[in-house]
Design a protein around this ligand. Structure first.
Ligand SMILES: N[C@@H](CCC[C@H](N)C(=O)O)C(=O)O
Length: 315
């Protein structure tokens, strides 16, 4: 099978186009063994009602309901394949609009994607904490009395803490709690993506420990959820929020229209290389062969260099 290696904000995936397969979970685990850089597998298959259907698998083989950085890459793939500038993509819980946008820097292809639905109901993550229906901007006393946390599903589950620079730089605190919440624990039966957010001059900085993966350079749904939480907390005005992360920078648009949240994530969709994945006799003997390395990353690296001052102290 042919695969493409792609990234959104350095959140890196193999992208596979073809019919749905039963063995995507095993395939993803094997691909992660063969290539330690990836954060999962994106699959693009035919949809009965949309331009395509996207599924996303974490490196541990678990399937997630959404992936914001991955959707930008799938958006580019589908728009270029179909010769269009916008499309609707079927995902596990919603059909989402995506569109091509102008390059943020020479040679850096950009796509905007809808992030929806949004729910603060703990049952939608799911999260269980005493008898609460929601948990917004309040410390979880058993974690840390100084960090206001918000639980939100977009629709994959996120727990967002607003922290100062010291906790942001020292990833040990975040790692300890993320590892706990993604193992056997009474609060998150399906695990959770844990992000720490710090306001900076240019916007916000977000670091995410992803469920099913571990620390990643960026998580698109987490950055969008963090922008929403920052607006609700009064740290950022509603509208456009620049979100910096260890893998780059994205723009999130946060609006409330008629009481509904409207969220959009805009950022790069970069193609790294084409591969052939030969299954041979079974997954354990499968091999990954590089067919072609693309040069787009050079443009992305230049873009990163230009924005590096904003994040220098925090990465
Ligand atoms: N990297 C993604 C999210 C991928 C899924 C996540 N790990 C989960 O299990 O919910 C993004 O860009 O949103």
């Amino acid at each position: 099978m042919e695969l493409m290696k792609v990234h959104g904000s350095m959140n890196t995936f193999f992208l596979y186009e073809g019919e749905d397969r039963e063995d995507f979970a095993e395939l993803t685990r094997r691909l992660s063994q063969l290539d330690g850089q990836i954060d999962g597998l994106l699959t693009v298959s035919p949809s009965k009602r949309c331009a395509a259907k996207m599924r996303v698998f974490n490196t541990d083989g678990s399937e997630a309901s959404m992936c914001g950085n991955g959707l930008r890459c799938v958006a580019r793939f589908v728009c270029e394949r179909d010769g269009v500038d916008h499309a609707v993509i079927e995902t596990m819980k919603a059909d989402l609009t995506v569109q091509k946008e102008s390059e943020i820097d020479a040679g850096v292809k950009m796509y905007g994607v809808e992030i929806s639905p949004v729910s603060f109901q703990l049952k939608d993550l799911p999260m269980v904490y005493e008898h609460h229906a929601e948990w917004q901007q309040k410390p979880l006393p058993f974690v840390d009395a100084s960090i206001p946390f918000t639980a939100v599903a977009v629709p994959n589950p996120h727990l967002i803490g607003i922290v100062g620079r010291d906790l942001q730089r020292n990833a040990g605190h975040q790692e300890k709690w993320a590892a706990y919440f993604n193992s056997d624990n009474p609060y998150f039966s399906d695990g959770v993506n844990l992000s720490y957010v710090t306001p900076i001059k240019e916007g916000i900085f977000v670091r995410t420990y992803e469920r099913g993966v571990g620390f990643t350079d960026a998580c698109g749904t987490a950055m969008t959820a963090s922008a929403l939480v920052s607006c609700l907390a009064g740290l950022m005005p509603f509208g456009n929020v620049s979100v910096y992360n260890p893998g780059g920078m994205v723009n999130c648009t946060v609006k409330i229209i008629d009481g509904n949240y409207e969220l959009k994530l805009s950022g790069n969709a970069t193609y790294l290389a084409a591969y052939r994945f030969d299954l041979n006799e079974g997954l354990e003997n499968s091999e990954l062969k590089l067919l072609e390395k693309y040069t787009e990353q050079l443009s992305y690296d230049k873009f990163i260099e230009k924005i590096s001052d904003a994040t220098a102290e925090l990465i």
